[in-house]
Design a binder for this molecule. Structure first.
Ligand code: 3H9
Length: 649
């Protein structure tokens, strides 16, 4: 039994209990239909309060059922029964009401929500649109432009925002269920708005609707569902409700069979599975609440900001008081920006500022539970920092190195207690990027690994565990395809052709614009170091070095792979000349590359490197590689990732 009904006087309570997030599967739909029949038959009833057990209201239709043939009763029919019930239903919402969950709440006559609740129609993020009346009922409760934003944008809104829009009738003061029961008991005092589908659409500003539709359509790029969402909303505004419902349902079923939605459902589950490691199955570590960060450059400041924004206390260590002050300035800048953009309110901002300290005294790290070093990417520098940390921190304090390429097992081997060291590879900017690679060195303890994982969860990161190798998963694949793109330059392609092919495929930007944004000098320095160590590959491509020798360090220098003198990236004949000269010097006959050939080659290199990573056990699953490529480098999510694209594995 996942849906049960109780009666308290003239109010019935319907409780849905399907842990962990009350997803609506066949059993829950059947249970709700039965609850409608049961409550319809209760004499003298005034209202029904629908609420959910556990941490959340309903988080949507059960995504696990999407691969199977639809099973009766269908959600639209169940919702029609709720809407047409003999007495009004009131949804009591806590946690999240998402997708089919919000559609369920929309079919109720009223909604009461806990202040911390979130409400949304995120179906587009799964390559779908709402399929149970969401696009038709929502613009009858809130103005159409806001409905469009929720349906085609996919971002949930807070309960307070929902109350402002009229989506929530009452915010609960104190206990949610008590509030909802009180609301039910006092229904006679408020006007009855009637069943939602019987109400007219709210469309006060068609121009704003059209402007938003155009913007969302542009943002969708290669993704199908946002366009369908816009079309469904237009249908809701122009068609009679029953026709709009039928059109929405048809589009939903069409999208459910679309390869993009299958890929997105795969990514949804892959991202959740990636954070699990067999050896930690029975290991629990508390969230480390006192964090130390060593090094306050861009990366260290970003990590420190991410931690305070997640409610943790941070002490940042720098070498001198002056440098510590500069680092503090960087962290405060990020916090100020978060305040200005409305990510946090004034109270949270003040709490974050109070939770941060910058120091040049290593002893200030003595009570830290986890210290992350983010100093210069050099083995000896990091080794010295770790040696110092071992002396100033408690023996059970976990130490973490934020490195992109260095051998974390070798670093650990230089320590008195190598089991304390875990690799935490953040992506820049660390307070924004969702991905965290947890690097697993040979000697690391379960406690250190689990503490890293607990931190990742507290920061809201998508976590992937990676073995030790040059570049781990993300940078190793990036290095491989970057090197191959350089060969393509010598063989006949131009940087802007490669970038255009990647953008057409769905990347937010191509690899050359990305390099220009990051700056070309750091990779140049690394190439020179590797050359000095005798690690230069046989078929070395000199083009990037020639650009750096000419001071073309990327966007910050006004010139890199592109010319930025106009403020925008413009193909540069000087770069083309360098490339053509190198082809000629090596005696390579240049050939034309079409966008398809470029992408086929990039994908095959990514897949080959992915295979090597799997063979060597650096990643546990092909899915993990897809999760990394999507979240580190903007590989288009709706394709499923490079490994998924190759077909079943
Ligand atoms: C839809 O509703 C279509 C309708 O319009 C049309 C119907 C006709 N189904 O994320 P977490 C699992 S489309 C099945 O780790 P959190 C999840 O896999 C749906 N399972 O927790 C995980 O399982 P496990 C629209 C689901 O607190 C566990 O629950 N809804 C579903 O970080 C915990 O999840 C959405 O797109 C589901 N719908 O985040 C919302 N949802 O432990 C999708 C979760 O075995 N869900 N699971 O790995 C979310 O965004 C997040 O899970 C949520 C909780 C915010 C709810």
């Amino acid at each position: 039994m996942t849906v049960f009904v109780t009666q308290e006087g003239d109010i019935a309570r319907v409780t849905l209990d399907n842990p962990p997030v009350n997803a609506l599967g066949q059993a829950q739909r059947a249970g709700l239909a039965e609850a409608v029949a049961q409550t319809n038959a209760m004499p003298g009833l005034r209202a029904v309060v629908l609420h959910c057990a556990g941490r959340s209201f309903v988080a949507g239709a059960d995504i696990r059922e999407f691969g199977k043939p639809p099973m009766e009763p269908h959600l639209p029919d169940v919702l029609a029964q709720i809407e047409g019930a003999h007495v009004p239903w009131i949804a009591a919402i806590h946690g999240t009401a998402l997708g089919g969950g919000l559609e369920l709440a929309l079919a109720c006559r009223y909604r009461v929500a806990a202040r911390g609740a979130k409400l949304g129609l995120p179906e587009v993020t799964l390559g779908l649109i709402p399929g149970a009346g969401g696009t038709v009922r929502l613009p009858r409760i809130i103005p159409a432009t806001y409905a469009l934003e929720m349906v085609a944008g996919g971002k949930p809104i807070s309960a307070t925002r929902a109350a402002d829009l009229g989506l929530v009738d009452q915010l609960a003061e104190g206990d949610l269920l008590d509030s909802a029961l009180h609301f039910a008991a006092t229904l006679a005092e408020r006007p009855d708005p009637g069943p939602v589908l019987a109400r007219p659409v709210l469309h006060p500003d068609p121009a704003a609707f059209e402007a938003l539709a155009t913007k969302l359509d542009k943002r969708a790029r290669g993704q199908n569902s946002p366009k369908e969402a816009v079309a469904a909303l237009r249908g809701a505004l122009t068609l009679p409700a029953p026709e709009a419902l039928a059109a929405e349902r048809a589009a939903f079923l069409r999208l459910r069979d679309d390869p993009q939605s299958k890929a997105l459902a795969y990514v949804f589950f892959a991202e959740r599975a990636a954070g699990r490691l067999d050896r930690l199955k029975d290991v629990r570590a508390p969230v480390p609440e006192r964090i130390g960060v060593v090094g306050g450059g861009t990366m260290g400041a970003g990590i420190a900001a991410a931690c305070v924004l997640a409610g943790l206390r941070v002490t940042l260590l720098e070498q001198t008081a002056e440098v510590a002050d500069a680092a503090k300035g960087r962290v405060m800048g990020i916090l100020q920006d978060s305040l200005a953009r409305g990510v946090i309110g004034a109270d949270r901002h003040a709490a974050c500022v109070a939770a941060f300290t910058a120091t040049n005294d290593p002893a200030d790290l003595s009570d830290a539970q986890l210290v992350i070093e983010a100093v210069f990417e050099d083995f000896d520098v990091k080794k010295a920092v770790l040696a110092q940390l071992e002396t100033v921190t408690a023996p059970d304090c976990v130490l973490a190195t934020n490195t992109s390429y260095l051998d974390v097992s070798a670093l650990a081997a230089t320590m008195a207690d190598p089991s304390r060291l875990v690799g935490l590879h953040f992506f820049s900017p660390a307070h924004v990027m969702k991905l965290l690679e947890i690097v697993v060195p040979d000697a690391v303890s379960d406690h250190a690994l689990a503490t890293g994982a607990a931190l990742a969860k507290a920061l809201g990161k998508i976590t992937v565990f990676a073995g030790v190798c040059d570049g781990f998963i993300a940078n190793r694949i990036m290095s491989a395809y970057r090197a191959d793109c350089e060969h393509m330059l010598e063989e006949g392609a131009l940087p802007w052709q490669i970038d255009a092919a990647m953008v057409a495929f769905g990347f937010p930007m191509g690899i050359y614009q990305m390099q220009d944004l990051a700056g070309l000098d750091i990779a140049w320095a690394m190439r020179k170091r590797r050359a000095a160590e005798g690690k230069r590959p046989a078929n070395y491509v000199r083009i990037p070095d020639i650009l750096c020798e000419a001071g073309r360090f990327g966007r910050k220098a006004g010139r890199g792979w592109y010319d930025y003198s106009s403020g925008k990236p413009v193909p540069d004949p000087e770069v083309e000349r360098v490339i053509l000269d190198e082809s000629a010097r090596k005696g390579i006959a240049r050939q034309d590359f079409g966008a398809e050939a470029i992408m086929a080659r990039i994908l095959s290199v990514m897949q080959a490197e992915g295979d090597a990573i799997l063979r060597e056990g650096i990643a546990a699953r092909a899915d993990d590689i897809d999760v990394v490529m999507i979240n580190a480098f903007g590989f288009p999510r709706w394709t499923g990732g490079p490994m998924y694209l190759r077909g079943p594995f």
